[in-house]
Design a binder for this molecule. Structure first.
Ligand SMILES: NC(=O)c1ccc[n+]([C@@H]2O[C@H](COP(=O)([O-])OP(=O)(O)OC[C@H]3O[C@@H](n4cnc5c(N)ncnc54)[C@H](OP(=O)(O)O)[C@@H]3O)[C@@H](O)[C@H]2O)c1
Length: 262
């Protein structure tokens, strides 16, 4: 599990450990370890390792050593992610780079380093934590959306590419959950961003993280074998609206709603 210090990663780690899975919870050295440490004291099957997913891009040996120490991984949950919101011209290049590298490039690097071991063992599961935003993009989250859309492209190709090696690929698309993911997004205080933000919040509603963690457990148990995992009626509604949004009418309606927001 990457990014296990909080949010979806932490809750899924707890659920899996409580079900007897041997979980290697990876956290970057700078992460707040309080919650994950408390869990490791509770569950003997839980091990914590330091791993910054960005290291996978430049130092694959760190990941290889991790794999060797644990005799390989049967399931990899690529969960670590960051989100910076804002109008694209207001984003710094550091924010853009971090978003794309954490949410997409690191997942490519982790997969390319660890997939060999899975192939040798003739089995494995890759679970990519994407976002509903990848296929139903929201304004003012363009770079985040782009990174997750890239992740979906990766997962779709690997789904086929790895099928002959008995490695299963899954795409989990959470909607909106109130976790620490949104902490940087509070930084964008300009009026234009605030208006778009209000509209974006109107278009989506926070849900219970547990639905995501239980779905990941079902995938691990082999009880859910489908590729795509979305949540709730709202996701279906957004999916239905998608063709309309990208029409002239959709654009006009969007601009009208934006003008009405104070
Ligand atoms: N919450 C939502 O509404 C939502 C919706 C759709 C998709 N998702 C996706 O779900 C995943 C988990 O997000 P979350 O909501 O649980 O947010 P979160 O609480 O902020 O968790 C993100 C985790 O990723 C870790 N992380 C960030 N950069 C890292 C790096 N370079 N190396 C290692 N770990 C790193 C964070 O560690 P630190 O504690 O050190 O920052 C944290 O543990 C993300 O991929 C996110 O895009 C979330």
């Amino acid at each position: 599990m990457t990014g296990a210090s909080g949010g979806i990663g932490l809750m899924t780690t707890e659920l899996l450990a409580s079900q007897g899975y041997e979980v290697v919870a990876t956290v970057r050295p700078s992460s707040d370890m309080t919650q994950i440490k408390a869990l490791s004291e509770k569950y003997a099957t839980l091990t914590i390792e330091h791993f910054d997913v960005l290291d996978a891009l430049y130092y694959p040996k760190i990941l290889k050593d991790l794999e060797d120490r644990h005799n390989g991984f049967d399931i990899i949950v690529m969960n670590a992610g960051v989100l910076y919101g804002g109008l694209i011209e207001k984003m710094t290049s550091a924010q853009i780079m971090t978003t794309v590298q954490t949410n997409l490039s690191a997942c490519i690097a982790i997969t390319s380093t660890l997939v060999e071991g899975m192939k040798e063992r003739g089995q494995g599961k890759l679970i990519f934590i994407s976002s509903l935003a990848a296929s139903r993009p929201l304004p003012y989250l363009s770079v985040y959306n782009a990174s997750k859309a890239g992740l979906e492209g990766l997962a779709k190709s690997l789904y086929l590419e790895l099928a002959p090696s008995y490695i299963d690929v899954y795409l989990v698309e959470p909607g909106f959950y109130q976790t620490d993911l949104w902490r940087h997004e509070a930084d964008c205080q300009d009026q234009e961003t605030q208006k778009v933000k209000k509209l974006a919040y109107f278009m989506t509603k926070p849900r219970d993280v547990k639905e995501v963690t239980f779905q990941i457990l079902k995938i691990c148990e082999g009880k859910s074998r489908r590729f795509h995992h979305t949540f709730g009626h709202y996701a279906k509604f957004q999916c239905l609206c998608k063709p309309f949004i990208y029409t002239k009418c959709g654009k006009t309606l969007y601009k009208y709603l934006l003008r009405r927001i104070k």
